[in-house]
Design a protein around this ligand. Sequence first.
Ligand SMILES: Cc1cc2nc3c(=O)[nH]c(=O)nc-3n(C[C@H](O)[C@H](O)[C@H](O)COP(=O)(O)O)c2cc1C
Length: 433
Amino acid sequence: MGERLLTRNWGTPERHALKSYLAAGGYQSLKKARGMEPAAIVDEVKRSGLRGMGGAGFATGVKWGFVPRDNPRPRYLCVNADEGEPGTYKDRYLMERDPHMLLEGIAIACRAIGAQTAYIYIRGEFHAVADRLETAIAEARGGGYLGHNALGPGVDLDVWVHRGAGAYVCGEETALIESLEGKQGKPRLKPPFPAVVGAFAAPTIVNNVETLAQVPHILERGAAAWKALGVNGGSGTKLYGASGRVERPGLWELPMGTRLSEIVLEHAGGVRDGKRLKGVIPGGSSCPVLLPDEIDVPMTFDALMAKGSMLGTGCAAVLDEETCAVRLCLRLMRFYAHESCGQCTPCREGNHWLAKIVQRIESGRGEPGDVDLALEVAQNILGNTICPLGDACAMPARAFLQKYRAEFETHVRERRCPYGSYPIRPGGREITG
Ligand SMILES: Cc1cc2nc3c(=O)[nH]c(=O)nc-3n(C[C@H](O)[C@H](O)[C@H](O)COP(=O)(O)O)c2cc1C
């Protein structure tokens, strides 16, 4: 199983309380950071090889280094706790079970980038988690870990919880910033990147919850020792999940670089009821699906990219022989069509168009040529939008259409779904036209 850092307090009673966190050695890394030069913290995080756990995998220390030192404006840290990617449930557990680990990571990151205000932008539906964070912030202020002189003599730190309204696009870093500023969550054109012009036109670092929760452990052990916990080219540890048609859906902290086959077949107990494996979406629904013979792959950003997919959030979803690939593809297309912010034509129109074509096929009204039409629509979305939400729809669509093409064509030929009729959920609406 390997060493546990992020989840090491999860078995303790009152694990979310300050006293439990302190008893487990918590906030020692912040004390260490107060005695370090900001640049030294950035270097340590660079050396650790920590990469962003929000999906894009950008090197965290390198991103922190982009904050201009000569800009007189205040600097901000935005914590991305939106966790909207379907099939993903890791940040919620981190915040609910050990909120102080995140707060310590936030404080160290703020010292590193010279910020004195941090915003935790949390998904609107996470009411209980947001309340827990508020309680933890009050406790940490009382203990002197946040608030007055938190980052050293004369250097205060304020942390605010900002509740979103439940839009997937607001997890995209610039949409998050727009929403935080009180505007509609519509992504901005980049450059300029948030590190240079972010929240309130000031330098801003946006980091995922899991990314920041790792920071105290890097300082505690030292970059090299933390890095060495990874396997197969990965650094440190990672929360990996598996859901869908598995015996034991769950979330496990494992060495970064653990093989997907090990996660699905061992930790999750393999496919449910002895059925055959049909495919695995490795890290949230925007990652292209992998076929059974492709899952013996280390769960790292680079290894999955080389397989034509992505690590994403590291929370996998498993398909078995009874899963209709067309229906699953439709479910995802409907999600992305619904979540498009509408700013870019390829995403606004294309995601919807994809959903309509796939629905036509699934409900037995597909035409010969529909698979190629859908592939062409997906191709025209890719890379043609301000933010990657369009890609997040087109990439999995393309993978489903290519890898399960025969199944799509059977639907068209037989004018029905071989897995049974397509149920429109109660109150659900068929996309027509
Ligand atoms: C449509 C869309 C949704 C996203 N949702 C999230 C999210 O819920 N949580 C998250 O941490 N990153 C999300 N991201 C990635 C962020 O834009 C950004 O890369 C990340 O927060 C940076 O933090 P990191 O470097 O620590 O990963 C999303 C990106 C896109 C395009």
